[in-house]
Design a protein around this ligand. Sequence first.
Ligand code: OTU
Length: 645
Amino acid sequence: MERTNSKLPGAGKLLAMPGTTSLLAEIAARAAAHLDDADEFIDRLAGVGETALGHLRSLYGGRDDFAAATVEIFDTTIDALADRPAHLRARDRLRETDGAWYQRHDLIGAWAYLDRFSGDLDGLLERLPYLQELGVGFVHLMPIFARPPGRNDGGYAISDYRRVHPPLGSMTQLRRVATTMHDAGMALAVDFVFNHTASDHPWAQGAKAGNRNDLACYLTFESKEETEAFQPWLRAIFPDEKPGSFVFEPELGRWVWSTFHNYQWDLDYRNPELFRRMLEEMLFLANVGVDVLRLDAVPFIWKEPGTSCEGLPPAHIIIRALNALVRLAAPAMVFKSEAIVHPDEVRSYLGDDTAAGRECELAYNAAFMVELWEALATGYTHLLRRSMGNRFAIPHRTAWVNYVRSHDDIGWGFADEDATAAGIDPAAHRDFLNRFYAGTEPGSFARGVPFQVNPATGDARLSGTTASLAGLERAMLDADPDAIDLAVRRILLIHGVMIGAPGIPLLNLGDELGTLNDYSYLHEPELAADSRWIHRPAFDWRRTARATDPRSVEGRIRDGIRHFLEVRRRLPMLSGRSRYQPVDAGDDHVYAADVAGTLLVVANFTPQARTVEMPGGPWIDRLGDEPVAGPMRLDGYGIRWLTPA
Ligand code: OTU
C-alpha cells in the first residue's frame, strides 16, 4: 500500500507525548494511514517504540540510511499487524493482560521430530489426544520448514521459512494445527533458525545469480586472508566436517561464513535490510499462529574480528530489538533461546528486568540437564547443588525450560569455576563423563556414542537416548532384571528432579516409553556421519500398547513420569517465577532443593537406600502421598516431593 507521511488523527496520542522522537511520530502516522484501526498499534508503540528504536539506533545509528532503514523495519510490523488474523489479535490482547502464561506451573512441554513422531502435520492432529493424556500443553516441533534435499542437518538448514517441508504438510495445515491446538488450550513452538539459511534459500540463490542485495544478506569475503581476521579465535562446532568456519563457494567466487555445516550460510545482521527481512519471516510465522519461537544458535549472530564471535553485546541487542518489534505486531508470541554455552551466558539471553532488557522469555536450562547426568554418573550431588545455587535465579518475567535430553549431543557445559570450587578438575571430569556415558569407563551402566571428538582441543560431546544413557539398553542386552530396575529408577529420578523445578518441564517424546538408541542411522548415507541420529528414532507406537501393563518397563516409566506431571499440576509453587534454592541434605549423595519455601525436593542419586534428616517438617510426601517426619528413608534412586503437613 502507498504510504504517506501525513500526520493523521490516530497518531495524536503518540504525537502528544513529550519527548517522542520525530521518527516515532512518523511511524505512528504511517500506522494511522495504513491500519483500519491503528489505536492498538499506537498504544503499543507508546509502550515499546522507544525501546525498539533505541536498540535499532545502537545497531545501525551510525549509518547514513538509519532513518529510512528504521522506517522500513517499523513498516514491516505495521504490515504484519494488518495481515494478522482476528483470532490471533484476540490472543494478543489476552496475553497482554496475562503476560506470564508461559510461567504457569501446569504448563508442560514436549518436543518431537514430526516425521518420526506422527509422520506429518495431519498425523500430529491425530496424536494430540496422546499428548493431552500426558498433560502436554506446549508442543515444540523440530524444524518443519523447506530444506535442501540430501544433507540438511535435520532441517536446521532452511530453504524457505514460508513453506513447510512438503512431506510434512503445508502452511495451510500448519495454520490448522495451530488453531486446533489453541482451541485445545495448547501452545505451538517451532524453530526459528536465524543465524543461517540453507545455501539454496532464495537469497542465497539470488546472491549466486549476482544480486547484490541478496549477497549482502550473508557474511562473505573476497579472499581467505580476510577470514584470517576471525578464524584463530573461533570455536569449531562441527570439526568432523571442516577445520574452520569458512567455505569457498565457487558459484559466488567468495568465502562464506558457515559456523555449522557448509550448506548453512551465516546471515549478516550488520545489514539492516537483512534484519528487516528476518523480522518479516518471524512475523509471518507469528501470523500462522506460532506461540513460541525457538531461536536457534543465538550466540553466533554477530561477529567482530579478534573475538570468539559468540555472545557479543550486539547479539543481545538484535534479540531485544526483535522482541520489542514482536510486541508491536504479535505480542502473543515469545522467544525461547537456544544457547549451549557457559551457564552465565545461557542466562544472559533472558535479558534483565528493565523495559529495554526484555530479550528471550524462555531459555533451555542446559547446566541443569548436564549436572543431572553428572550426578547420576558419579553418585555425588555437590556440583549440581553448587551450580543450581549459583545460577538458577533469572529475571522475573522469564522462565527456564528444564529437560533431561534434547535432540542434540550432550556437551558437558557446567561452569569450570563451579567444578573447581567443588574440588573437581573440569577437563579431566569432562573426559571421565564422556568415557562413562560412552560406556568405556569401568562401572559404567551407559551406552552412548561420542560426537565431534576434536583431537586438536581434546573437546568431545556425546550422543544417546535417555534410556540408553541411563543403563536400560545394557541391562536389556544382559537380560538382567535388577539392572533393568535400576535403569528405570534412574530415568524416573532425573525426571523427578527436573519436573520438580520451577519452569516448563520439556519432555523428549519417546523418553516416557524408555526408547533405546537407534543404530539404523549408520546405514543411511546422509545421516551416518552425525551420531545425534542415534537418539532421534522413530516413535514406536507399539510401545504405548505395552505401556498399558504397569509392570512392563514402558508402563513403569510412563506411569512414573505421568505421576510426576499429575502431582506437579497440583503444586502452584512450581511456577516459572518461583525461587529455587538447593539445600544441604547432610549427605553428598542426596540432592535437596527448596522451591519458594513451600516445597522440598529430596533425591537420592545412589542405588542404595539412604536416610537423611532435613530441617523443618512434618511434611506430606506428595509423590507417595504419605506423612513424613524426622529421619526419612529414600529408596535407591528414590525421590520425595515434600510440602508442609
Ligand atoms: C543448534 O545447536 C541445533 O540445536 C542443532 O541441531 C543444529 O545442528 C545447529 O544449531 C545448527 O543449526 O552446536 O551441537 O550454542 O551449541 O546452537 C549443537 C549454540 C550446536 C550451539 C547450538 C547448536
